[in-house]
Write a new protein. Structure first.
Length: 289
């Protein structure tokens, strides 16, 4: 017996890699019905960072729910739109919001935006997120270029029959986070006079913030920031051969460091404060690619 499901989109339905090509073809057709812009860069904007999309010239915005198989975004602070346009003449595709595991989304849905970027012609993906500081030196407002990640979600979008036409069964993740692009991020940050740290991002499944013991564990494992996104997207992007870089905006010290409880409102407020600094860095980074 199946349970009645009144949601026309079953966000939890597993999508093995082998099912992605047909789904991506439908997504590409829906995008191409609206614009023939071929992005060079795909970018995902995390919690509170959506305003970066305002930098796009001649934007064509498509709400998630108008794309086949995509449910509307549910996370507060996430608009839920795919926007194609240019930034200083460079064609880009920007996701304002993203699909999180904690919304009940299948891993294969979480990674579809980066796979779509690739299908649309992008070569580079920029992943941004709001995160907690696991490194005690990384307080609210710290910007951190991601050097590597630790996937603590226990999930993978690559489980199930592989799609050999998209990527190989056992993708290598050495230098998954491109040293070349990270160097470019640092150059852009210096030119903008913005401080940019380096660090390792640990991805948890959420939606609860971590316990203090989990933050300490992440720190011992080598993490500098903790969050609830990004890691599955990075793996899928490497699977299809995209060059990956990313920046975490540390909105709060990790749980337990200050004794003050974490709230989503504080996270969004810190994102609003530091978001414009990150926007400047990314804009220059893209312009100088
Ligand atoms: N933990 C996980 N995700 C987050 C945090 C945090 O402390 N802050 C913003 N996103």
């Amino acid at each position: 017996m199946s349970t009645p499901n009144h949601d026309p989109i079953d966000r939890a339905r597993p999508i093995p890699p082998a099912d992605q090509p047909a789904r991506l073809a439908a997504l590409v057709a829906a995008v191409r019905a609206r614009t023939d812009l071929v992005p060079r860069v795909g970018m995902i904007l995390g919690s509170g960072l959506g305003d970066l999309a305002d930098a796009l010239e001649q934007p064509v915005a498509i709400p998630f729910e108008e794309l086949p198989g995509w449910p509307a975004a549910t996370a507060p602070g996430h608009a839920g739109r795919l926007i194609l346009g240019t930034i200083d003449g460079v064609p880009v595709a920007v996701l304002q919001g993203r699909f999180h595991l904690y919304e009940g989304n299948a891993p294969g849905l979480v990674v579809q935006p980066v796979l779509l970027f690739h299908q649309l012609g992008a070569k580079i993906v920029i992943l941004t997120n709001a995160a907690g500081g696991a490194n005690p030196l990384f307080g609210p407002g710290t910007l951190m270029a991601v050097t590597d990640h630790i996937n603590l979600t226990g999930r993978s979008s690559l489980m199930g029959a592989n799609a050999d036409e998209l990527g190989e069964r056992f993708p290598d993740l050495t230098d998954a986070w491109s040293p070349r692009l990270r160097e470019r991020l640092h150059v852009a940050a210096i030119e903008e006079g913005v401080a940019l740290e380096d660090g390792v991002y640990a991805g948890f499944i959420g939606p609860n913030y971590e316990t203090p013991a989990e933050v300490r564990m992440a720190r011992i494992l080598g993490a500098d920031a903790v969050g609830m996104s990004t890691v599955l997207e990075a793996v899928a992007a490497r699977w299809v051969g995209l060059e990956v870089c990313g920046v975490s905006l540390v909105t709060n010290a990790g749980a337990g460091y200050t004794g003050v409880a974490l709230t989503h409102e504080d996270v969004l407020a810190a994102g609003l404060e530091a978001g414009p600094r990150l926007a400047r860095v990314l804009r220059r980074f893209i312009a100088e690619l």
